[in-house]
Design a protein around this ligand. Structure first.
Ligand code: ADP
Ligand code: ASP
Ligand code: MG
Length: 290
């Protein structure tokens, strides 16, 4: 298994989803791909805004409308490349997400408070949309893709919003799911997981890198590739520091240190599971935006 993770920066529109699908199709056929996806760019922030304001019963509408418009536009754009049944399945996913958002929001307004487990369920919706869309795009391109439910297969412990990986439990759940459904590409939502009670827990903001590492460790992947908008780890954030230097190679300890001190390119907990099983990690640039 090769694990490839694409961040929100690579998933801003259907055109970019199609480019990611092309990268996935170009992978060697010798091993299956575990494809871990973030939410489309900006979508989690809209959901954060919505959940932060929902308890007031007002002021959340812009975020809610923004979320609806973003995803409905992506669904409409995808219609050009999807058959009728796939379009209907995607519409059903969106309708279910809309119903979840409306119900939870009303509950939060009545409570005047948003409990963390409800917040987790809402913030994870962006990733769950990404994987539904990507699975349909790959299937439409005759790729043998299977959508694995990260809530069932990626296991964690601790806080609802900042959980810690349970790699042995993930190994059992993911191993069984993969064995049951042979495929060329396994599509998994980043950021979301579940605890031993089966409740949805998030892996912290920017946590899809960590999801990729958990999947890679649990399935003893040959490699974990983090595809993003920079071509590697630099000596400092290349967007902030003009003469930041690209670092050719880092030990697990060095990578861990850099991410703990704030290098956003990798979620700080990503390296732990990879180091444990000596899985190489590559940072790859998705494309030049500028
Ligand atoms: P993604 O959406 O793909 O997860 P992120 O925005 O989370 O991408 O992470 C990539 C960003 O990390 C880069 O655009 C860059 O600005 C930032 N970054 C911060 N520190 C570093 C660093 N030391 N090396 C590379 N990128 C860094
Ligand atoms: N979508 C989540 C976030 O914005 C997780 C991620 O993108 O890694 O924090
Ligand atoms: Mg990130």
């Amino acid at each position: 298994m090769r694990v490839l993770k694409f961040g929100g920066s690579s998933l801003a529109s259907v055109a970019r989803f199609l480019e990611v699908a092309a990268i996935v199709r170009s992978q060697p056929q010798t091993e299956p791909v575990g494809l871990v996806l973030s939410a489309p760019h900006g979508v989690t922030n809209l959901l954060v805004e919505l959940t932060d304001l929902a308890f007031l019963g007002t002021g959340y509408q812009d975020a809610l409308n923004g979320w609806r418009q973003r995803l409905q536009k992506m669904r409409a754009d995808a219609a050009a490349v999807l058959g009728n049944e796939a379009q209907q399945r995607l519409q059903a996913v969106l309708a279910a997400q809309d119903a979840t958002l409306s119900n939870r929001r009303q509950g939060v307004e009545l409570l005047h408070y948003c409990p963390d487990h409800i917040k987790a369920q809402l913030l994870g919706l962006g990733e769950q949309f990404s994987v539904a869309l990507m699975a349909e795009l790959l299937l439409a391109q005759q790729v043998k893709a299977v959508l694995l439910d990260s809530v069932q297969c990626v296991k964690s412990q601790g806080d609802y919003l900042n959980a810690v990986a349970d790699v042995p439990a993930s190994e059992i759940a993911l191993g069984a799911a993969v064995k049951k459904q042979p495929a060329q590409v396994y599509v998994l939502a980043g950021f979301v997981s579940s605890n031993t009670q089966g409740e949805l827990c998030l892996l912290g903001r920017n946590g899809s890198d960590y999801s990729a590492a958990i999947v890679a460790a649990a399935l003893r992947a040959s490699v974990c590739e983090i595809w993003t908008d920079v071509d590697g780890v630099y000596s400092a954030d290349p967007r902030q520091v003009k003469n930041a230097k690209l670092i050719d190679h880092l030990s697990y300890d060095e990578a861990m240190e850099l991410s703990y001190f704030g290098a956003k390119v990798l979620h700080p907990k990503t390296i732990g599971p990879l180091a444990r099983y000596q899985i190489p990690c590559y940072i790859k640039k998705y494309r030049d935006w500028e």
